[in-house]
Design a protein around this ligand. Structure first.
Ligand code: UD1
Length: 342
């Protein structure tokens, strides 16, 4: 079976490509390399022994998208990762986000209708919930007004896909990711943030390796036990495996409704200070950090109720925080060693 992975050279896309190949799928990747490198293609192959078919494609170009589908028939399903994900950047440049994340989705869904591609997995985010009223958060929790254009694109995307499934043969699953971290066990692939990392774990590993001087902990006056924010950090390979299971669910027509959503998290919340502590245990070295002011837009605490994913989807995270951080740390060391010019 041929599966198209958009954004397949990116962080989550590349790990999912590996998981798909290892589950026996043929992987086709399209990517515009706005936040990824072509080297990742061979890195995927070094794990699986198979180079995914690759085509440079910018999904904002409707004509190019059309041409791609015209010349690549027999696609059985699509896993759609290609999108922009920097919350701050989306506040600065909302139209870029609406174009990158929404027009591209529309073009893809139009091609799905044209070429009768019925299986669609979408990269969503726990950001759709905003500040939760109750924890752990279930898929039934209300969708509140998004706190950033990025978050808004995830909410609108889910609505676009839902509406499409109501009037066509399309079946779709949106996976609402919590905080993906870590790298593939082989450390052939991992996260490669462009410039200064915005996310906690790459900032921690870059500080530990000496690329950054000090980690700023954004606030310790939140109403949590140690005052720092709580998130649900999930190993990227657990997340990748959730995509394969979701895809199989659609291919085997096991979905209960044409559009389903699942939380993809561990169910366990960790504070920023707990993550730092766990990293220090794993790396056996102290981390240079300082508490600073809160970062605007951060929610206090969010972690997943994984009941639906566990019982209905049949997926459960297998790796814990330490394991995830260990792989992230190994990856940072490997990137330095290879001095990879990504
Ligand atoms: C957010 C979004 C997520 C989105 C992701 C993309 C929410 C709940 N989550 O994740 O949907 O996909 O951005 O980038 O809106 N922190 C520090 N110092 C740092 C960096 C982070 O203390 O240098 C803290 C943050 O305040 C936060 C935690 O670490 O409490 C995690 O932050 P981050 O890794 O940026 O992820 P989210 O903001 O949770």
């Amino acid at each position: 079976m041929k599966i198209l992975v958009t954004g397949g050279l990116g962080y989550i896309g590349s790990h999912t490509a590996v998981a798909l190949q290892q589950a026996g799928f043929e992987v086709l990747i399209v990517d515009n390399m706005s936040n990824s490198s072509i080297d990742v293609l061979e890195d995927i192959a070094s794990i699986t022994g198979e180079t995914p078919q690759f085509k440079y494609l910018d999904l904002r170009n409707k004509e190019d998208v059309h041409h791609y589908f015209k010349t690549h028939r027999e696609i059985d399903g699509i896993i759609h990762f290609a999108a922009s994900k920097a919350v701050g950047e989306s506040v600065e440049n909302p139209l870029l986000y609406y174009e990158n994340n929404l027009s591209t989705l529309v073009y893809l869904l139009q091609e799905c209708a044209k070429y009768e591609i019925q299986n669609f997995i979408f990269s969503s985010s726990c950001t759709v919930y905003g500040e939760p009223d109750r924890l752990p958060i279930t898929e039934k929790a209300p969708i509140k007004k998004a706190t950033s254009p990025y978050g808004n694109t995830k909410q609108i995307s889910e609505e676009i896909i839902f509406d499409t499934t109501q009037v066509s043969a399309l079946k779709a699953i949106a996976l609402r990711y919590f905080n993906p971290i870590g790298a593939h066990e082989s450390v052939e692939i991992g996260e490669l943030p462009l410039g200064v990392p915005q996310n906690l774990v790459p900032f921690i590993t870059q500080t530990a390796i000496g690329l950054r001087e000090q980690l700023a902990v954004f606030g310790d006056d939140y109403p949590t036990e140690d005052g720092t924010c709580i998130r649900d950090y999930i190993h990227v390979m657990d997340l990748a495996e959730a995509h394969v299971i979701a895809l199989q669910r659609l291919l085997e027509k096991k979905n209960k409704t044409p559009f389903e959503v699942f939380n993809v998290g561990t169910g366990k919340g960790s504070s920023v200070l707990e993550v730092i502590q766990a990293f220090e245990n794993v790396s056996q070295m102290p981390l240079n950090y300082k508490v600073v002011n809160r970062r605007p837009g951060d929610v206090t605490a969010v972690y997943a109720d994984t009941g639906l994913a566990n019982n209905e989807l049949g997926w459960k995270a297998k790796r814990n925080l330490e394991e995830s951080l260990r792989s992230a740390w190994k990856w940072e060391q490997k990137v330095k060693l290879k001095k990879k010019d990504y």
